[in-house]
Write a protein that binds this ligand. Structure first.
Ligand code: IMP
Length: 434
């Protein structure tokens, strides 16, 4: 029997990322004691708007904007030290009172050769086979982790261990760089010296984060696990190979922090009111015409990490049913509802028509089948009134309320929060904080 005293919420993206998770974290922020990330790295991009100022985090948890809180980078992350240093510095320069930060010694280090290999591998894949990665070295770093030849944060803290491991690693990496990709080898000192410096800068933050989180739960603290990327980018359950290299669904939160499944109280699924995707891979509701363009412009749909225009289209209920089941969504946070204002009648994809003419309402497991799936739409009434000022659900136009009710009914999950604009205050809270 669990005698757990704390409260753990897990926040996950339900589509292909960029659902506006940062904003939801931000809204819950004042109630939370500990924010933790469990997977991914600087491929994420959390945008939050505070007092009209846009702040983008790639590596740091969004909770960093709350002074006095504890922010954890768990063991499941792949950390690019330079990025970490830049983000913490930016916050400090802005005069932001920093939250206390703890980094797991078991998180892996994204090294310069990982970023090089990420780009070289993408180029080698050639047209039609590219994944469209963020170029942050995520895949190659996780490869090293799982082949047990990676560097962990703890390795940066000990000069002798770092020297020994890096000597061996660079031997292999330089073979790959020179023989396979015709690149120049990386001189040892050019990799080792900065890595030693990173170790010195990171050392004060390195702590046993698993123990820290365990204690927080036992002490009755409120913890928010911030998922990065989203269900359809999951290495196992996503649209492989067009995915990221970590477990972005609920299970990843436990391996990536050391918390146990029974610690979890609530899973919050963050759903954008329409669909977007960055990078390659199937996206049945992608609209290459006017609708896609309008969503992109009205929604400011350009990648926070790479600046790439996002692919846009109508909401896909097949995707949402799939991700809700995978994640065990207890509640939904619906974001960017305001972007649908003035779009005319709103379409929702309820099923796919496959190449052989069959109609399915479950997510196809075969990526190639999905690539040829055509969306089957239902049309719902749209609205043209400005909704960005609405603070209560009843203030929304009837058609917008119906849209929210539709999602709630179809997924059999309460929509506890509706975002109607980018600012912290532009939110309808229907009990998300409870
Ligand atoms: P990687 O994570 O850089 O290896 O990229 C793999 C795929 O995941 C690419 O399609 C990226 O565009 C996508 N991706 C990675 N991180 C994010 C994110 O935070 N939001 C949306 N897409 C992402």
């Amino acid at each position: 029997m669990s005698n757990k005293k704390g409260r753990v919420d897990l926040l996950l993206g339900a589509q292909w990322g960029d659902e506006g998770k940062g904003k939801v974290v931000d809204l819950l922020g004042s109630e939370v004691d500990v924010f933790a990330r469990a997977q991914g790295g600087a491929n994420a991009g959390h945008t939050v708007i505070v007092n009209g100022e846009k702040v983008v985090f790639h590596l740091l948890p969004s909770g960093m904007l709350y002074p006095g809180k504890l922010c954890v980078l768990g063991n499941g992350l792949v950390i690019e030290p330079e990025q970490f240093i830049n983000e913490t510095k930016e916050l400090f320069d802005k005069g932001q009172d920093r939250a206390r930060l703890a980094i797991s010694p078991h998180a892996h280090v994204v090294m310069p050769y990982h970023k090089m290999l990420d780009k070289l591998q993408e180029a080698a894949r050639g047209k039609g086979r590219k994944i469209g990665t963020t170029g942050r070295g995520i895949g190659p770093c996780y490869v090293d982790k799982y082949s047990r030849s990676g560097l962990r944060i703890e390795d940066l803290l000990n000069a002798d261990i770092l020297r020994e491991k890096l000597t061996q690693i660079l031997e292999e990496k330089n073979m790959i760089l020179t023989k396979l990709y015709n690149e120049k080898p990386l001189p040892f000192d050019e990799v080792y010296n900065p890595a030693r410096k990173w170790g010195e800068v990171l050392a004060p933050y390195v702590e046993d984060t698993t123990a820290l989180l365990r204690k927080a739960v036992d002490d009755g603290k409120r913890i928010l696990l911030e998922g990065a990327q989203a269900a359809l980018l999951d290495i196992d359950h996503g649209t492989y190979p067009y995915v990221t290299s970590s477990s972005t669904t609920a299970a990843g939160a436990f391996t990536g922090t050391g918390l146990a499944p029974r610690d979890l109280d609530r899973t919050i699924s963050v759903v954008k009111a329409y669909t977007t995707r960055v990078g390659e891979g199937p996206m049945p509701t992608e609209d290459l015409g006017e609708v896609g363009e309008k969503l992109r412009t009205q929604g400011g749909e350009f990648g926070a990490t790479t600046g790439r225009p996002r692919r846009c289209g109508w909401l896909d209920m097949v995707v949402l049913r799939y991700s809700s089941a995978l994640n065990g969504a207890d509640v939904i946070a619906l974001t960017k509802l305001d972007v649908l204002t003035g779009m005319g009648p709103v379409k929702v994809c309820v099923a796919y028509e496959l190449e052989d003419g069959t109609r399915v309402d479950t997510f196809p497991t075969d990526t190639r089948v999905l690539e040829n799936a055509k969306p089957v739409y239902e049309t719902l009434p749209g609205w043209s009134e400005d909704i960005s000022w609405c603070k209560r659900f009843e203030e929304l136009p009837k058609a917008a309320q119906d849209y929210v009710n539709y999602i709630e009914r179809e997924l059999n999950t309460p929509v506890k929060l509706v975002a109607v604009g980018p600012d912290r205050t532009q939110t309808i809270d229907r009990g998300m904080k409870d």
